[in-house]
Every structure is written in structure tokens, then in C-alpha cells.
Design a protein around this ligand. Structure first.
Ligand SMILES: *Cc1c(COP(=O)(O)O)cnc(C)c1O
Length: 349
């Protein structure tokens, strides 16, 4: 076996959902965001695990993503679509019984014409300027929309991972104003919003990243671990180089392990010469450039050539890799490759 071993801990995923659910009052519903194939971890398996943990409402980005989730969940749970109702979506929305979050007057018109009796929600823009109706637009269609009975009215926070950011109370106030006097379930908080406190919770929360074990849910249990097999090891003398472009040059005798995995597996080239693997508790620096399928690692200080080296594990999570490479845990997770042998673990705890 020469592929990396990606282990996904479904018990940790379920525990993270329960922990985030426990942060809001018992009359606040906690949904689960499973877009981008469950943040790269397999939307079907993730949705089934979270349904078993108690989640009854799921969100995807686009209608096409609803298929795998509906297949995994069966007919009961509600699956909503952040992207709303796009041209050509009616058949999918009806066939999979999805609830589009209508983002504009255009989408509202399209939905009412194509599927007049089909459930929908409304997304409002409270300042992020990404998706949703702006205050004036909402004012214009509000009565028509309300008469048709939306399932949910939601908005999204731009800065909820920064608790002290003045944008948070500003968006909260805008959302409160835009939804004043409505007898419709409301939702504003993703993972970050849950952690901001009860005034951000409304009727339903929509955690994503925290379920998968990353910031801003600092006390999350890690969900993924990744070991790459060592294919070969060799001894270098001073002056020899490792990998493409000779970007690393030995200045002393060095033992280099070549592990199986590379940027084709989502291990970004930005880790070249700066990232580390682990052998147990011992860090082992990446030497030279990350190739498509292979990475050189310094194991001079180990007393042995280990069968595998760990990229994601107890000493280094997705947020640590993200910090090293100038991105966020979300991107590390959703880039995890499809060449790994994936093991979905249950019942460890
Ligand atoms: C992705 C997303 C979420 C989940 O956000 P996390 O930060 O991953 O918890 C919730 N709501 C909307 C509109 C989103 O786009």
C-alpha cells in the first residue's frame, strides 16, 4: 500500500455537533452544513452520522449537492440550498425535495413561477454583500414572500470568527431590523456566530467548520488524521540537494525519507521547505519542494526509518497546516485528495 491513509473519526464529528448544539438553548435548532461534499469528508457519510446524532436540517451550497445528501438521509430531513433557485434547478429541487434559500427578486419570481407550492426560504444580505436580498429589495417583495409562507429567513455574518469585530453587532442589528415583526423562523449564526452568544442564535444555527474540528471552535475534537507511507530512505552528504529546483541543499550528512503524497493529494506546494511531518512526538521537516506525488522529509534525528510519517495528527491539525501556508482550515479540509485510502471510524469512544 503506497497511498496515504486518511482516517475520519465520525464519533468526533458527532461529538462536535452535540457540543455546538449544547451552546444554544434547547429551543434553538442546530442544523448541519454539509456543502462541498461535507467539507471534503463525504457529504453522505457526514450527513448520516449527524442525523444519527440528532441533526434534522442540512444545508448545501448548490442544488446538485443535495443528491448525495438526500440519498444518504432518505425522505425525512430538510435539505436547504444556500445558492437558492437557479435556472434549470426546478426538477432537482422538486425531485430531491430541497428548500432553496431565495436570494433575489429574480430567484423569488423563478421559484414562484416554476414551483408555486414548493417550500422555500429567504436569504437576506445584512452587510456581507455576497448572497441575499438587500433591505430595499426585501422591502419591495416582503409581503408577497411572507404570504407564501417561507420556512426560514436567514443571513450570514462576515466576521464572526473575530468576536470583537464591530461588524458583528452591526449585522445583528441590520438582521433584527429586516426581520422585525415576522412570524418566521430566523437564522444568523454559523460556527462563529454560535460562539458569539445567545443574541446571535435566533431559531436555528448553521454550524459547518466546527463540526469538522477546526477554528473558530477551539475546543472541537479533531476529525481527520493523515499518515503517508515512506517509500524510500537515503543518506545525503553535505552539498547534495533534494527535489525539484534543488531548493534544499544539505550542509551536513542527512537522512531523507521520501513519502508518498503530494500536491495532487491537496498537500500544497506552499509547504515546501517550511512544513513538518511527525513521527510520534518528533517533528520531521519537509526538505525541498512538494512534488505531485512525493515529498522529501528529514529523518536524520530518528533512530529508524519509520513505515509512515504523520501530516495530520495529535501534534498538527488542519489549522496548523493552514497557519504555515497562509490559509484557513476550511481550505485544507476541502482540498484533501481522493487518492488516499479513506477509513471512516466509529465506536472509538
Ligand atoms: C458555509 C456557510 C455556513 C457554515 O459556516 P462555518 O463557518 O463553516 O460554520 C453557514 N451559513 C452559510 C450561509 C454558509 O455559506
Amino acid at each position: 500500500m503506497a497511498t496515504g491513509q486518511l482516517i475520519i473519526d465520525l464519533d468526533a464529528l458527532a461529538a462536535n455537533w452535540r457540543a455546538l448544539d449544547g451552546k444554544s438553548a434547547s429551543d434553538v435548532q442546530t442544523a448541519a452544513v454539509v456543502k462541498a461534499d461535507g467539507y471534503g469528508l463525504d457529504a453522505g457519510r457526514v450527513a448520516r452520522t449527524l442525523a444519527a446524532a440528532g441533526a434534522r436540517r442540512f444545508f448545501v451550497a448548490v442544488a446538485e449537492e443535495g443528491a448525495a445528501v438526500r440519498e444518504a438521509l432518505g425522505p425525512g430531513p430538510e435539505i436547504s440550498v444556500f445558492g437558492g433557485h437557479m435556472p434549470g434547478d426546478a426538477e432537482l429541487i422538486q425531485g430531491l425535495n430541497l428548500v432553496p434559500m431565495l436570494n433575489s427578486v429574480e430567484q423569488l419570481t423563478r421559484h414562484f413561477e416554476a414551483l408555486p407550492d414548493h417550500p422555500f426560504g429567504i436569504q437576506l444580505d445584512s452587510g456581507m454583500n455576497r448572497l441575499g436580498m438587500e433591505p430595499a429589495e426585501w422591502g419591495a417583495v416582503r409581503d408577497i414572500a411572507l404570504a407564501a409562507g417561507p420556512r426560514l429567513i436567514m443571513s450570514h455574518l462576515a466576521c464572526s470568527d473575530e468576536p470583537a469585530h464591530e461588524m458583528n453587532p452591526r449585522q445583528l442589528q441590520t438582521f433584527v431590523e429586516m426581520s422585525a415583526g415576522l412570524d418566521v423562523p430566523l437564522s444568523l449564526a454559523a460556527t462563529g456566530g454560535i460562539l458569539l452568544g445567545p443574541e446571535y442564535h435566533f431559531d436555528l444555527t448553521r454550524p459547518g467548520i466546527g463540526l469538522y474540528g477546526a477554528r473558530p471552535f477551539e475546543s472541537a475534537q479533531p476529525v481527520v488524521s493523515l499518515d503517508l507511507p515512506v517509500i524510500q530512505a537515503r543518506e545525503l552528504v553535505a552539498g547534495e540537494t533534494v527535489g525539484y529546483g534543488n531548493s534544499w541543499i544539505a550542509d551536513h550528512p542527512t537522512r531523507v525519507a521520501t513519502v508518498s503524497g503530494g500536491y495532487a493529494d491537496g498537500i500544497t506546494r506552499h509547504l515546501s521547505n517550511v512544513g513538518v511531518f511527525f513521527h510520534g512526538d518528533t517533528p520531521c521537516p519537509i526538505l525541498g519542494r512538494v512534488s505531485m506525488d512525493l515529498i522529501g522529509v528529514d529523518i536524520t534525528h530518528l533512530g529508524e526509518v519509520p513505515p509512515v510519517l504523520t501530516l495530520l495528527g495529535p501534534h498538527q491539525g488542519v489549522d496548523d497546516i493552514a497557519d504555515t501556508t497562509g490559509t484557513i482550515g476550511y481550505e485544507i479540509l476541502t482540498q484533501l485528495g481522493h487518492r488516499y485510502a479513506r477509513t471512516y471510524e466509529r465506536g472509538r469512544t
